[in-house]
Design a protein around this ligand. Structure first.
Ligand SMILES: C[S@@+](CC[C@H](N)C(=O)[O-])C[C@H]1O[C@@H](n2cnc3c(N)ncnc32)[C@H](O)[C@@H]1O
Length: 255
């Protein structure tokens, strides 16, 4: 199945500031393509990992896929057999659909709140994935929502399936206010191609919508929900961005 014909009705949480991703998608693209969030390096590592570790056809679900531009690059020349992307932003999903077109795999896109869509997927028991990716999206959820979503992911993965989390993290014992201060100082210093107006939009979005957890908290959630092995594939110099891998028990059928 291809396309976004099956887009679901949007049910946005009131706390989430989605304007940045609906009306200001070009600003987010500017941030990505200037390398301010580390996508080039992280998705380069992801590409190598997919090439080396997934030798048989695999199915993938992406939470908060956005325009999937970096995912599409990471999936090039891999054994991807089917891809499903979920996001709140219709504007982003339309671009994602075109970015994924060159890949020789079935693609499906669903618009809506990811905790509701993962619940529906579990209830319908239609899909089982080899790999689930959440890239810079879970930090937008409350702790309770993260816990809920992690719990559902273990039901959506096949035996030996993998959840790959790319996201921003607080340092151990760091409070959210201190994290925000530290992160925004870096933005002010290093995101030099942003205009003052663009900087204000980014700052407003981060203050309103970013709720990162520590690595330790994610490791505990993973254990609670049945992931038996954890691995850190990337950690940036600023001690904010990481790529963590969580493995469900069983043999991974894609190797
Ligand atoms: C920072 S962007 C990340 C996009 C892409 N995954 C990346 O790594 O660049 C966050 C994305 O998650 C989506 N998003 C945020 N909260 C969401 C939610 N509760 N349900 C579904 N999508 C959500 C936004 O619309 C946006 O596209």
């Amino acid at each position: 199945m291809s396309g976004i014909d099956n887009l679901k009705k949007s049910r946005e949480p009131s706390s989430y500031s989605n304007e940045l991703f609906n009306e200001q998608w070009q600003l987010y693209q500017k941030v990505l393509f200037n390398g301010y969030m580390g996508h080039q390096e992280i998705y380069g590592i992801l590409h190598e990992w997919l090439i080396n570790d997934f030798q048989k056809p695999f199915s993938m679900l992406e939470l908060g896929c956005g325009d999937a531009s970096f995912t599409a690059q990471a999936l090039s020349n891999t054994t991807i057999a089917s891809y499903q992307g979920i996001d709140l932003s219709e504007a982003a999903l339309l671009i994602a659909q075109s970015n994924m077109e060159h890949l020789p795999c079935a693609t499906t896109f669903a618009k809506g709140e990811l905790s509701e869509i993962v619940l529906e997927l579990v209830q319908n028991q239609q899909e089982n994935f080899d790999l689930i990716l959440g890239s810079f999206v879970l930090h937008h959820l409350s702790f309770e929502q993260k816990d809920f979503v992690m719990g559902k992911l273990s039901h959506l993965l096949k035996n030996g399936g993998i959840f790959l989390l790319i996201d921003v993290f607080r340092s151990e014992n760091e409070k959210r206010e201190d994290y925000l201060k530290r992160y925004l100082e870096d933005v002010r210093k290093n995101w030099s191609q942003l205009t003052p107006q663009e900087y204000s939009l980014v700052e407003e979005h981060i203050k309103k919508s970013d709720f990162p957890e520590t690595q330790e908290i994610f490791y505990s959630l993973a254990t609670k929900h049945g992931f038996t092995k954890k691995e850190c594939l990337y950690h940036d110099a600023l001690d904010t961005t990481q790529m963590l891998c969580f493995y469900l028990k069983g043999k991974n059928s894609c190797k």
